[in-house]
Design a binder for this molecule. Sequence first.
Ligand SMILES: [Zn+2]
Length: 296
Amino acid sequence: MDDPAPDLSLRDAVAALESLYPLQSAAEWDRVGLVTGDLDQPVRRILFALDPTLDVIDEARTWGADLLVTHHPLLLRGVHSVATTSAKGASVTALVRAQIALWVGHTNADVADPGVSTVLADALGLADQRPLSREGENAIGRVGVLAAPVSLADFADVVATALPATAGGIRVSGDPGAEVRTVAVMGGSGDDRFDDVRASGADVFVTADLRHHPVLEAREEARGGRPFLVDAGHWATESLWLASARERLLSALDHVPGATRVETRVSTIRTEPWTFVVGANAARADRAAPDPGGVS
Ligand SMILES: [Zn+2]
């Protein structure tokens, strides 16, 4: 009887991940790739999550994962200690103690095809997709068209249905009754892309982390018209990518020895940091209290 094939090695798993999301396509400031782990260690269980938080690492440990794949880096800035006195240090220590390798696919996953923005565009049903802009070889964001024009209010419902629910919900800037059809998307933070969105001719831009000044200035430039803005939340706009990454990794590992025994799972932990909102829509212009009339 033949010996069973050896387990998948971390070396092979990392090679497969980096064939899908090449490290050289990451932004210069980014820190992607392998963070912890030994290339010769076996990989039997792989957990996918957006953020390597302490809870996610605990989930990986409890499930017995050997490899945690996350979108956001654990260590983006310089660290001088990985003692458990800081959350970052506690995270590194927990990963090393539990022999969990961490691999990060961040801006290299953003620009991949399929990648974070194409998965978001697909989820919204956008056809005829093209890059929102280009940086060197990399396509940033996507622009596509809906099957038929819809009101901005109905489009916001499409976004809400397509994305996982969050406490914060979805914020929209624009006339709820205005018609939209061409849609620009960028998963995660996109408020540095308004020039590209205007140039693309999009009716509406779906992204996240939209701050007061960039948004107000963009709305002023648009004179209240197109492009309208939808802030659908950082976690929600990027989390759809996890299932895609899981499927693509399994396909890439198809003929690699030991890979058939690998179990994979997308984390059930929501790393969206917001817990609840109050007062939503209290000051909505189209729901303003009626003028009481009469003479006071
Ligand atoms: Zn992000």
